[in-house]
Design a protein around this ligand. Structure first.
Ligand SMILES: [Zn+2]
Length: 272
């Protein structure tokens, strides 16, 4: 088994570093077995969702891409992973919150027309979008599993909202938030071996963390530090690297894994 030039990016909304490492035991097993590498990621600022969706997909800080806050509702006007993948003649897919449809497909979002799309002219060609923050993670991960089995996309974004929703409801120092990290780990355990067998490189990370008093947006490590679990099938990985990387390195790394040209604007070094 060698890795294919295919990538699944699991962007778990609101998944902070320490809670992920302490509670996601299947991913921890992959780290111990050197089937994955673990990095700490210093998130860009502000630790807000829509700005970080764009940062993760463009490799640009907020002042460069212009999605300054959650209230900036428009399509991305920067080179991004979806565009680079489609331009290379490859296939894209996402099971994600509706703001991703606005950033890369159409804005404003039409709750009916834009909810499910299978259209090669779009940047997210196979999209399954949801609008409610309490949309169950199990439904989201099932949609992601379906997209792989049905379309074998070259790039798949998987974007569950459970950590963010429970963190904003109960705080990050709560049974509910920690328990959901375990739930997401179990859901991933039921998908990752299948995706590895297909040759997918798999990255599990977050857009931002969350504080014990139910907030994000600020600069403290609880809101800022997120994990990167990086799985490359058929390759002996590094386990816990002890390294800290930047959010800005994710986009060029994904493009390199996809074997598509890395846009000039994705100037941060790749991690491979
Ligand atoms: Zn978020």
């Amino acid at each position: 088994m060698t890795p294919a030039n295919k990538v699944v990016l699991v962007l778990s909304d609101g998944l902070r570093y320490d809670v992920a490492v302490q509670n996601m035991g299947f991913l921890g097993h992959l780290i111990e077995s050197r089937l994955a590498s673990l990095y700490q990621v210093t998130g860009e600022l502000p630790t807000m969702s829509r700005p970080m969706y764009e940062t993760v997909h463009t490799g640009l800080p907020v002042m460069a891409h212009g999605i300054y806050s959650n209230q900036v509702v428009r399509r991305s006007n920067q080179s991004n992973i979806f565009q680079a993948t489609v331009d290379a003649g490859k296939t894209t897919a996402a099971a994600a919150y509706w703001w991703f449809s606005e950033l890369y497909n159409r804005a404003p979002y039409d709750p009916i027309n834009d909810r499910e799309v299978d259209d090669p002219s779009l940047l997210i060609q196979h999209g399954r979008f949801y609008m409610q923050d309490d949309f169950p993670d199990i439904e989201l991960f099932s949609s992601a599993g379906l997209l792989v089995r049905r379309f074998q996309p070259d790039y798949l974004l998987v974007h569950p909202m459970g950590m963010d929703h429970l963190g904003e409801t109960y705080g990050a120092d709560s049974y509910e938030y920690r328990k959901n990290a375990i739930r997401q780990d179990v859901l991933l355990a039921n998908l990752i071996p299948e995706w590895m067998a297909l040759g997918y490189n798999i990255l599990v990370t977050g857009d931002h963390g969350i504080s014990s008093d139910r907030m994000h947006g600020g600069t403290t490590p609880d809101m800022r530090m997120v994990p990167l679990f990086f799985i490359q099938p058929g390759i002996t990985c590094e386990g816990d690297t002890g390294k800290t990387i930047s959010h800005l390195q994710l986009a060029p790394t994904v493009c390199k894994l996809l074997d598509v040209p890395i846009p000039e604007t994705m100037a941060a070094p790749t991690i491979i």
